[in-house]
Design a binder for this molecule. Structure first.
Ligand code: URP
Ligand code: ZN
Ligand code: ZN
Length: 467
């Protein structure tokens, strides 16, 4: 057999126990004790370490054309960085072009990704155009192709109206798909942008003010109501505000299949960051919110009303963030000319595990949020997301004693700064295996460009809020 990981403490979403893991041909083939070491090509001693499933980042934007540029990390840089943070699968967004069938959109991006990815990957399709029956039917083709999750945007220039959102929800329910949403009130956001710019309010703080707690909260609440009307499951992406948490919690209490994702940036930063000298580096959508929202999100994590944590990784260079001061064309910039998004793909699992290590949540909760629940929600639980016999050997060996201060020079992406600079973590991944292949060890990327594969997700059906 290929690999024995012995003497570690295995962490699942429900328990922690000491056992050894046997890996062969990329799968976990046995979990137990007293294996014969001579049966294995390699034996790794994980004494004093935790052994976790690789994280599944359900929300990334690699090589995304956005905000007048392209996000800094391509599929290689982004997945290299992911591997070094213990993430072994990423779900990237495919943006459907006008008139483009969903599978054609997926294949267009797959062609870009397949030779570059260093860990496994799948997609969600951001749906913009369902104006013909053919386009509507192509939603089902996407599900058959192994991509049963869609996203609609309620904001941005190409954000969809409520009717379109409702139609996608209704069809998704019929075909075994899940609809995610970027929820912010588009027209109020536009009105506030116009007002602040007319008042000469141009810095990053006004990005937050134009997308404040209520701007997101109203849209979260409306999204939940539309899902209930359509009798369809809903996934709220990057939930960042208290009102949204309340809407999700109420729906779940009534038994509706409403799920929410939040991101580490909302758990660690508040809107105060926009007052910093380089507040523009923190500009992302939705923006970080006030302390009450952060508290509500942490509470919802603890009580189970937030189902997943993902990164929304979408980095831009400092010089591009500076377009908020002077635009590309040399004219004065403002908060609307800052590309939206931040790096985080390498920080998610280490940050959440560090919070667990500091006692805020359990290690099992961290695994549930970052690996097991995303695998269930997006249709991968028969392949990934847990330490279980028969699943892919996506495994992280985690050293709970290691002290780690995040600095950009220790990260493995192509970005030239990180909003996480100087954040101190307790514990850090020591090694990452993707399907049994070592892709990260002791601070070094050891994977191969193009070694990741696209995983096919199964159809999704949710009767209620539990997975
Ligand atoms: O600021 C962000 N999140 N940029 C990426 C696109 C999105 O809205 O998810
Ligand atoms: Zn979004
Ligand atoms: Zn996003």
């Amino acid at each position: 057999m290929d690999l024995l990981i012995k003497n570690g403490t295995i962490v699942t979403a429900t328990e922690m126990y000491k056992a050894d893991i046997a890996v062969d041909k990329e799968k976990i083939v046995n979990i137990g004790c007293s294996f014969n070491e001579s049966d294995f090509d390699e034996v790794v001693d994980a004494s004093g370490k935790l052994v976790l499933p690789g994280a599944i980042d359900g929300h990334t934007h690699l090589a995304l054309e956005f905000g007048g540029t392209i996000s800094t990390d391509d599929y290689y840089a982004g997945t290299r960085s992911a591997a070094c943070g213990g993430t072994t699968t990423v779900f990237d967004f495919v943006n459907q072009a006008e008139g483009e069938k969903m599978v054609d959109a997926i294949k267009r991006r797959e062609a870009i990704a397949c030779n570059d990815v260093a860990v496994d990957y799948s997609f969600h399709v951001a749906v913009y155009d369902i104006s013909t029956e053919e386009l509507m039917d192509s939603l089902e083709e996407s599900v058959e192709y192994g991509v049963p999750s869609f996203k609609v945007f309620m904001v941005y220039d190409n954000g969809v109206d409520d009717g379109t959102f409702f139609k996608v929800l209704s069809r998704a329910k019929e075909i075994g798909a899940l609809v995610g949403v970027h929820a912010e009130n588009k027209t109020v956001n536009e009105y506030l942008i116009d007002k602040y710019l007319k008042e000469g309010k141009t810095d990053a703080w006004w990005h937050y003010m134009a997308k404040n707690e209520r701007v997101e909260g109203e849209a979260d609440t409306r999204a939940v109501n539309l899902a209930i009307m359509a009798d369809a499951p809903l996934y709220i992406a990057h939930l960042a505000d208290e009102q949204g948490v309340k809407a999700v919690t109420e729906a779940r209490l009534k038994g509706y299949p409403v799920f929410a994702e939040t991101c580490p940036q909302y758990l660690n930063f508040t809107s105060e960051v926009y007052k910093r000298e380089r507040g523009r580096d923190f500009v992302c959508s939705p923006p970080m919110k006030d302390q009450a929202s952060q508290d509500a999100i942490w509470e919802a994590i603890t009580n189970g009303n937030i189902t997943t944590v993902a990164t929304d990784h979408c980095p831009f260079l400092k010089a591009e963030k500076d377009w908020g001061i002077v635009k590309k064309d040399g004219t004065p910039g403002n908060f609307t000319t800052i590309p939206n998004g931040c790096a985080g793909i390498e920080n998610m699992y280490p940050y959440i595990l560090s919070e667990a290590n500091k006692g805020r949540i359990s290690f099992s909760k961290a695994v549930e949020l970052c690996a097991t629940n995303p695998s269930k929600l997006f249709g991968l639980d028969d392949q990934k997301g847990a330490i279980r016999v028969g699943l892919d050997a996506d495994i992280v060996i985690y050293d709970p004693e290691k002290e780690f201060t995040i600095t950009n020079d220790k990260m493995h992406g192509d970005t030239d700064h990180t909003i996480w600079e100087g954040i101190e973590l307790k514990g850090y991944p020591e090694a990452t295996y993707c399907r049994g292949n070592l892709v990260f060890k002791d601070g070094e990327f050891l994977g191969k460009r193009g070694a990741g594969k696209r995983v096919k997700c199964h159809k999704l059906h949710f009767d209620g809020p539990s997975l």
